[in-house]
Structures are given as structure tokens and as C-alpha cells.
Design a protein around this ligand. Structure first.
Ligand SMILES: [Cu+2]
Length: 118
């Protein structure tokens, strides 16, 4: 029995070490997911740039109107809708659900864009 005890202790220590490694890996993954992500869309010359943007879930997208003309950012499915943005005004929305979000400017409906959240 005396011979077995140190082996059991060593195995237990090894087990804790492995558990610790997994726990550490878990913390790294969690912090990577919690890192706030942002993306920018510029509105200029009657267009959204980039017109199509792909982001990960949790990303906050900010639209900035760099045009001399007022514009809006309105999702086709009414998930988000900005007020009228004058020059240099911004609108932000955080995408917490994966999906495709087409949007347009309600003043100039030919201005369209899309955010893909994955
Ligand atoms: Cu517009």
C-alpha cells in the first residue's frame, strides 16, 4: 500500500496540472470572445463603404456620414434604424445575432449596404 500512495499523489498532481491547462485555455478563449470588436462604414458620395461588411457576433458597427448631404441607415427588417445623420454624424449598432442585415438610406433608397454577422 505504501508504494501505491506516491503514485496516486503523482497521478492526482498530473490530473490537476492537466485540468489547469484546460482551465487556462478556457480563460483565453473567453477573453478572446469578450474582446469588444468594432467596424466602421463610411457614407460618402451617396454610397456605403464598404457596401458589404462581414463581422463576428458581438461587433459594434459605426456608420459615419462623410457626405455633405444627410443620410440614414435603415435595416430592411427594421432591426436597426438611425435618425437622419448630418455631415460627420455617427450611428452605431451592436450585432448580437448572426445573420445577414441588408440596409439602405431611407432618403436615397438606391443607397444600399449589407452587414453579414457570423
Ligand atoms: Cu442618403
Amino acid at each position: 500500500m505504501k508504494r501505491i500512495v506516491p503514485t496516486v499523489v503523482m497521478l492526482a498532481a498530473l490530473g490537476l496540472g492537466i485540468a489547469g491547462l484546460y482551465a487556462g485555455a478556457g480563460i483565453v478563449t473567453a477573453s478572446a470572445q469578450q474582446k469588444p470588436e468594432t467596424a466602421e462604414v463610411k457614407i460618402d458620395n451617396f454610397s456605403f463603404g464598404p457596401a458589404e461588411l462581414t463581422v463576428s457576433v458581438g461587433t459594434t458597427v459605426t456608420w459615419t456620414n462623410r457626405d455633405d448631404i444627410p443620410h440614414t441607415v435603415v435595416n430592411t427588417d427594421k432591426v436597426f434604424k438611425s435618425r437622419v445623420l448630418d455631415t460627420d454624424e455617427k450611428f452605431s449598432f451592436t450585432f448580437d445575432t448572426a445573420g445577414t442585415y441588408p440596409y439602405f438610406c431611407s432618403i436615397h433608397p438606391k443607397m444600399t449596404g449589407k452587414v453579414v454577422v457570423q
